[in-house]
Design a protein around this ligand. Sequence first.
Ligand code: WTA
Length: 653
Amino acid sequence: MSKEQVKQIFQPNPEFAKNASIKSMDEYNTLQNKAIENYEGFWGDYAKEKLDWIEPFTNTVDESNFPFVKWFEGGKLNVSHQCIDRHLDTRKNKAAIIFEGDRGDKQVITYLDLYYNVNKFANLLKEDFGVKKGDRVVIYMPMIPEAAYAMLACARIGAIHSIVFGGFSAEALKDRIEDAEAKVVITADGAYRKTKPYMLKPVVDNALKGKTPVEKVLVIERNNEEVAWVEGRDYSYNELIKNKSGKCEAELMDSEDPLFLLYTSGSTGKPKGVQHNSAGYILWAQMTMEWVFDVKENDTYWCTADVGWITGHTYIVYGPLAMGATTVMFEGVITFPDAGRPWQMVQEHRINQFYTAPTAIRVLHKMGEEEPKKYDLSSLKVLGTVGEPIDPPAWKWYYEEVGSSKCSIVDTYWQTETGGHVVSPLPGATPIKPGCATFPLPGIMAEILDPETGIKSEVGEKGYMCITKPWPAMIRGVWGDEERFVKSYFGDVKKDGKAVYFTGDGAVYDKDGYITITGRTDDVINVSGHRMGTAEVEAAIKKHPNVAEVAVVGKPHPLKGEGIFAYVVLKSDDGVADEVEEVKAINKIIKKEIGNIALCDDMLFAPGLPKTRSGKIMRRILRSIAKGEEITQDISTLEDPSIVAKIADMVKS
Ligand code: WTA
């Protein structure tokens, strides 16, 4: 037997493949070869075919100032026009958004409704708040249709939105507002979770205390709970929207005008404002919807992400609407009132494509293994996963019980920075191996490279997941920090002497060329499919006055994928009795600085940390200890090698 585990292969359903947008591996290879032979032609043709240009572009790609790349220069368009106006002739009465609230309330928003709602919203921002092209608008919203209106209204007038996930704390919101220098915040009083109201506006109030660039706050009434009000700053959306005109001319945008910022964790304490621009981003959002989810005209598509993450941007709002699809938005919790909720929704809305995270699949599997059997899931055609590797038991259950062994599972690998999928199966073409993201999508030159030599990795040899040519939806910058942009993504790997984009992930080829993502190579951990910078969590913990030192690492977690493990060295160690209090106090700080999503799963009060003589903390050792592994690394170079055994004993006990 070879060392390589032989994986079972699942062929696409032939009935499905017949009508799929890409029907076979031959077709896939033809497309990818076309891109290899004539990269500009490949992308230029798609940009002409798929986008509704108000003025045509003159140059497909300009790489002369790499990594500052320009796509489709000279072209003018508007992303809200691409997502709404251009569908009105053929789809005005088609559902654009189907909304299901936490308490089961439902709303269908047609493309014509969407047009009016977005136009009114855009007029409000322009007329009442003076928002202009290029201004930054922070959106801190629950999962309600108004979140999509807000995004598209910004796009319509050329404002740059920056959505902050509703689970982030006031401090985290404040940092992002300040970094983007946002002048407006759009929020809601709150929303519902498990039928109970929860609040967002008070978090915004706290984030705006003291000096702030924010001049106006727009509050959407969702749960009608009482909220504090600052006269002259806070305005009710429900009041202002009443007398707005339903027509707002879409701003003429250059292909490379920024569309949005989205802050994401990196390997330093400060999140990065990832910038995406108009034409390239929307082109790839639309193309991947068509290729990877294979959404047809009469389909209903549901992605369970939150608009606060990139998945919600590209695959709840921009991608589906750009192609004229029907997208489901869900406010609630997928395990409430029980783990049958998503399957009940699939049955009721006759969902055809369902896209979620492995964490959600694991939880649904654990809490409701038999639930899918209770519902009619026969409408499903494609199942998707995103955010982290999917483990075999979860995959098997998803494939057999949810998809009745007839749906392809698309394990989509991508990142905030890539804008859309980059490595993924195509549901009508790719023979699937569970846990493999399989192959680069056509047009994406994704390769696993040896970080030292820049040569393509051998079969079975772990390398770095890189993308060797710019692609249209590629990150265009880190807001306000050119140097960080270049250093973070183009500093690690060179191919043929030229810097290439490095994702931060490790990956490996199998003998058939399939790509498996092995996880981050940097100090970013993946908690429930969400990126968390260990440095961010460390910075929060360090704010506790009794903390001398801290190191945070990831540790495998049965449901979350990875959990957060913190090693904390206290200034004064008053014994076990106080440790419980210290944990509480530290968690309170994490909650305040970042939010509940960064709370530690494990916290160990250590007598010291394994450090080199130059003072560098050896996280690799701490990761091994957290996993309960035997330490095989050479520890003789540590300042105090005995600390390793001490900590390991503490973890074991
Ligand atoms: C991880 C989410 C394995 C990876 C869209 C990446 C994955 C990070 C997969 C990006 C997958 C995403 N298999 N790992 N299919 N998809 N990842 O920016 O580590 O929130 O770098 O974007 O998630 O997370 P982000």
